[in-house]
Design a protein around this ligand. Structure first.
Ligand SMILES: [Fe+2]
Length: 236
């Protein structure tokens, strides 16, 4: 099982503050059956140049790798594989970016995209098509976040799009909305489960809780397909 949306890389954003916390989060991922983790720190192009962000990400990765290398072999080998990525905040001019492929998941052309919290205009939705035209597949992050701010018709449009849509494991536990999200995950063919974990305690790695919730309500084959869809996003 792959977790494609995490804030585990140390000192990059509002996720893990230190490499020790990162390792603790990775241990929890492994305990839950996660075999590969995509590291997706927030990237805001209006605040930082892409190359600056990538250099900062490389330094954070080196820090984490050094801490992992210092572990006893058995502990080190029990940790999930690590793949670099980013959670890229939507900007109106994304079609002009010539370095967007460097922000994709590993060596794929799949980009974790965070849409704005404000009401989506055609310009926002057109970005999805612009990226597809550039040969990039946007993976829409945490759909549950928008259930209160977007019109139902717009949400249904996005749910039915031919791009992967990620829902966070923690959201499936929420009263009312959790049931609705599980239903959407069972109904649509593009839904992905991820943790969007930020720390050890608040918004922790919780893929197994999400999977358990899906297994309560959906048939085993549908749940396996949802997980397989996430697994495929790391394959070039
Ligand atoms: Fe996130």
């Amino acid at each position: 099982m792959v977790d494609i949306h995490t804030h585990i890389l140390p000192g990059m954003d509002d996720g893990a503050a230190t490499a020790e916390i990162s390792i603790e989060m990775l241990r929890r991922q492994a305990e839950q059956g996660v075999t590969a983790v995509v590291l997706t720190p927030h990237f805001y192009r209006d605040r930082e140049e892409t190359q600056q962000f990538l250099a900062r990400r490389e330094r954070a990765m080196a820090r984490l790798q050094a801490a992992i290398d210092a572990l006893p072999e058995q502990e080190r080998e029990a940790l999930p594989d690590l793949i670099l990525g980013a959670e890229v905040a939507w900007r109106p001019n994304m079609k002009l970016w010539d370095d967007v492929d460097q922000l994709c998941i590993g060596s794929t052309r799949n980009l974790l995209l965070e849409l704005p919290a404000t009401k989506w205009t055609d310009q926002v939705l057109n970005t999805i098509y612009n990226l597809l035209n550039m040969g990039i597949t946007p993976v829409l992050a945490h759909l549950e976040r928008y259930s209160y701010t977007q019109r139902r018709a717009v949400l249904e449009h996005v749910e039915g799009m031919d791009v992967p849509v990620q829902i966070s494991a923690g959201a499936l536990q929420r009263p009312f909305v959790g049931c609705k999200l599980v239903h959407i995950m069972g109904r649509e063919q593009n839904m992905i489960l991820a943790s969007d974990c930020h720390s050890r305690n608040h918004r922790p790695p919780n893929m197994c809780e999400g999977v358990a919730r899906l297994r309560q309500k959906l048939d085993p084959q549908t749940v396996d397909e949802i997980l397989e869809r996430g697994n495929r996003l790391i394959i070039p």
